[in-house]
Design a protein around this ligand. Structure first.
Ligand SMILES: NC(=O)c1ccc[n+]([C@@H]2O[C@H](COP(=O)([O-])OP(=O)(O)OC[C@H]3O[C@@H](n4cnc5c(N)ncnc54)[C@H](OP(=O)(O)O)[C@@H]3O)[C@@H](O)[C@H]2O)c1
Length: 318
């Protein structure tokens, strides 16, 4: 397989995936194509050899068709965590539907779609219901499809643990909604390895895989771990349901990407853990890494992105 289109390849999972695809590309220039709305913000991808970063609006079906033409496989990583019903519909449902159409028209059969653990048409959140509908759009097309459903993903550039670590560096206490919510965090490198394994292994066609780590954590445990590993352990105070929704509603009104929305709170009503109904990472030959083994390598004092902070401060870029 030579030319791969990675939709959403500039993001957290895309960064790890593209590095692995580079290793796999055998040096063939332009063999990995990553479209982006804002390529200038994706320098981490731009300088990878054999990757071509292309400015494109993937929601425009004609542009998507041009990107897909001549590819051997497509990986879809595009997703949003927050937004209106229309945003979720457009990103999680309409985009996979367009992808299915253009792939069929171009006879590009191989698609690996990254969905999410907890998808169900009866799921409590718009995020999960729209992810469910998106899977169906691809499954109902005549494609060689593999679907991956990860729990929350951790790694050096994750949003969850890094965010809770930085909050605890600033605030003396963490009031936490959804403290009892359960997750089975999976390492980003294991998810990236799973995608590559699917691309390489035709036997994965037609299958769905749950991507989870070896241990279940509550959100409170994850926040506490982020605090203690980053050297700022703070008391974590669970909020009752009513206050949790109020906190999330207030965050939605603040400028920038909300830390937690009411839809996220709804998502957390169902445990985000492996159901066992579908095979997991071991079925792909991957032994999932433990959070306790990996997180200290990037959350620990002076580790991860924070290791450059003293130099940033020195250069006046703090
Ligand atoms: N991270 C997790 O904990 C987690 C957990 C479960 C499932 N997943 C799934 O794993 C996949 C990858 O997640 P991720 O964390 O890597 O996501 P991410 O970092 O948020 O990146 C997604 C990429 O998609 C593109 N994108 C986002 N919104 C878009 C929009 N409205 N229209 C077009 N492009 C858009 C962005 O690229 P540009 O800005 O460059 O255009 C972005 O780099 C997603 O399907 C996600 O649902 C993630």
């Amino acid at each position: 397989m030579s030319k791969i289109l990675v939709l959403g390849g500039t993001g957290f999972v895309g960064r790890s995936l593209c590095s692995r695809l580079v290793d796999r590309s055998g040096g063939a220039d332009g063999s990995i194509v990553v479209p982006s709305r804002r390529p200038s913000r994706a320098r981490h991808i731009q300088f990878l050899p054999t990757v071509r970063l292309a400015e494109a609006d993937v929601h425009d079906e004609a542009q998507l068709a041009r990107l897909v033409a001549g590819c051997d496989a497509v990986v879809n990583l595009v997703a949003i965590l927050h937004g209106s019903a229309a945003d979720f519909q457009r990103t999680h449902v309409d985009l996979p539907a367009k992808l299915a159409r253009v792939c069929q028209a171009a006879n590009v059969k191989r698609v690996v779609h990254v969905s999410a653990l907890g998808v169900s048409d009866r799921a409590p959140s718009r995020y999960l219901r729209s992810k469910t509908a998106g899977e169906l759009m691809l499954k109902s097309a005549k494609l060689d499809l593999t679907v991956l459903r990860p729990s929350v993903i951790f790694g050096e550039h994750d949003k969850l643990l890094n965010l809770f670590a930085s909050l605890q560096a600033v605030f003396p206490v963490v009031p936490l909604g959804g403290a009892a919510a359960q997750f089975q965090p999976v390492w980003v490198e294991d998810v990236a390895a799973a995608i590559v394994r699917c691309l390489d292994e035709p036997a994965t066609i037609g299958h769905t895989y749950e991507c989870t780590g070896p241990r279940v954590y509550t959100l409170k445990e994850l926040v506490e771990l982020a605090g203690s590993l980053s050297g700022h352990p703070r008391p974590v105070v669970p909020l009752p349901d009513g206050l949790t929704r109020l906190q999330a509603a207030a965050m939605e009104w603040l400028p920038g990407t909300p830390l937690m929305s009411r839809d996220n709170v709804d998502s957390m009503k169902v445990p985000n853990v492996a159901t066992g109904q579908w095979p997991g990472l071991p079925a792909l030959g991957i032994t999932p890494a433990a959070l306790d083994a990996i997180a200290p390598l990037y959350l620990g004092a002076g580790q991860g992105p924070a290791r450059l902070d003293p130099w940033r401060a020195k250069a006046g870029r703090g």
